[in-house]
Design a protein. Structure first.
Lengths: 196, 267
């Protein structure tokens, strides 16, 4: 299990790096391709609950370390530095969504992936939506803008989910093969661990 | 097993609580360490991307290369001549300013940097560059290209730095408009209807009456960005309830940035 967990960590880092070289999709009005959540969601299905939490922490930390913004508020003697969205929110978000995925584990263990691929897409969009809501609350800027801009915002939320939905089977197949390569049985991790 | 899960949950909550408790400096320390750790991967990825692009774009015939070479040689001579003229003018300008007891306006000290990664998130606009604290780069240093302002550095690792672009909602630049006494604050938009990064200028007077294509420069107020750096041109001006609001076309194409300069200070 430890070897497979390390593989998932490396895969998460690789997916994170790869995301930076994939340009926004113009035909989806600037939607991004998010690969890190896909690796995590597979981990949530294949790993026992404690390992899923550890993976959620690692993925959330990596994401926050690259996106958290420290802002200067005010000027002169009243100026202060604040973190816009504190580190740790993504860990929490990943853990909640991972727990949700855990609920669908029995079906996954029986070799059915369709619900999980669909759920991966939905959960990826939920991550982007949660980020949007958090920065909107933090910046006190809910949008009152023309429809064209709303369309872009909705595409940016829904687009990554659609892409994740398409890519999920490929990722799941690849990661399942990696698990088999290191002799980890993704179908029954709890039973295996209890036996050990 | 269940007891172990509860124990893991408690440890997870404590760890996340620890992250929440990090202040701005703690957050930047974590960001700097992580960026430092992954910089070699970014640099390798960027090199690979450039090589692939170069192979794709570099397939030219000998005639095309000869023609391009001739064109570049002519352009080089022209630029040398213009550069010499500008140097003379700069020296003359400084002499005159000195004579008028104005502070001598020195040119900036620039460090060239390469973009090694673009942002992967939906709501933040940042890039990573291959210069860091080892090259004298610090946080809150302006970043520009020969065409105009790009943004400013935020957290800096030893050999790389994170740059927030002017198209980000959190990047605010005090600016002034050419041929007008109007001043305002420029910031990015979270999303735009064109798919391209958009800038907007707020806090203009309602009577500003700005025309399309008027140029906008940084005003130097605030101390981060030097005055007189080209930011963009007015696209549209409209009057709102309390102020005037203008949308801008950025001077720099922020989607295809490859090489930038970090302003270290004055020479």
């Amino acid at each position: 299990m430890i070897r497979f967990f390390l593989i998932l960590l490396l895969a998460a880092l690789g997916a994170l790096m790869l995301q930076f070289y994939i340009p926004p999709l113009a035909f989806m009005y600037g939607a991004r391709v998010l690969l890190l959540p896909l690796v995590f969601f597979f981990g949530a299905l294949a790993l026992p609950f404690p390992a899923m939490l550890a993976l959620a922490f690692a993925c959330g930390l990596m994401w926050d370390a690259l996106t958290a913004q420290v802002l200067d508020i005010g000027m002169g003697p009243t100026s202060a530095r604040v973190v816009e969205i504190g580190m740790g929110w993504s860990c929490l978000l990943y853990a909640v969504l991972g727990s949700l995925m855990c609920g669908f584990k029995p079906l996954f263990q029986r070799g059915r992936w369709e619900i999980h691929c669909l759920l991966s897409g939905v959960c990826t969009s939920v991550i982007v939506l949660a980020e949007f809501l958090m920065i909107s609350v933090r910046r006190a800027a809910f949008y009152n803008v023309p429809f064209e801009v709303h369309r872009d915002i909705w595409w940016r939320i829904g687009g990554p989910g659609l892409v994740a939905l398409v890519l999920a089977p490929v990722f799941f197949f690849f990661l399942k093969s990696m698990a088999a390569l290191v002799g980890y049985n993704t179908s029954a991790p709890e039973i295996e661990e209890e036996e050990a | 097993m269940r007891r172990f899960s509860i124990f893991a949950l408690v440890v997870f909550i404590l760890a996340v609580g620890g992250l929440f408790a990090l202040g701005p400096s703690g957050t930047q320390r974590v960001q700097t360490s992580f960026l430092g750790m992954i910089t070699p991967f970014f640099t390798t990825g960027s090199d690979l991307e450039r090589k692939v692009t170069a192979v794709r774009q570099g397939l030219k015939t000998l005639q095309e290369l000869e023609a391009e070479n001739k064109e570049l040689a002519v352009s080089n001579k022209e630029l040398q001549a213009i550069n010499q003229t500008l140097r003379d003018l700069e020296a003359e300008n400084n002499r005159l300013r000195n004579a008028m007891q104005y502070r001598e306006r020195a040119a900036f000290q620039l460090v060239p940097a390469r973009v090694i990664a673009r942002d992967a998130s939906s709501w933040w606009n940042t890039i990573k560059i291959d210069r860091g604290s080892a090259d004298g780069v610090e946080s809150d240093m302006p970043v520009l290209t020969e065409s105009g302002l790009v943004g400013k550095t935020t957290f800096v690792a030893e050999h790389s730095a994170n740059v927030i672009l002017i198209s980000d909602e959190n990047c605010k630049v005090a600016s002034s408009i050419e041929g007008s006494r109007e001043q305002g604050i420029i910031s990015g938009e979270r999303a735009s209807s064109t798919g391209q990064p958009a800038l907007c200028m707020r806090f203009l007077s309602k009577t500003a009456n700005l025309k399309p294509d008027q140029k906008v420069y940084s005003s130097g107020v605030g101390g981060v960005y030097p005055a007189g750096v080209f930011i963009g041109a007015i696209k549209e001006f409209r009057v709102r309830e309390l102020d005037g609001y203008a949308t801008l076309v950025p001077a720099v194409d922020l989607t295809t940035l490859e090489d930038v300069f970090v302003v270290l200070g004055k020479k």
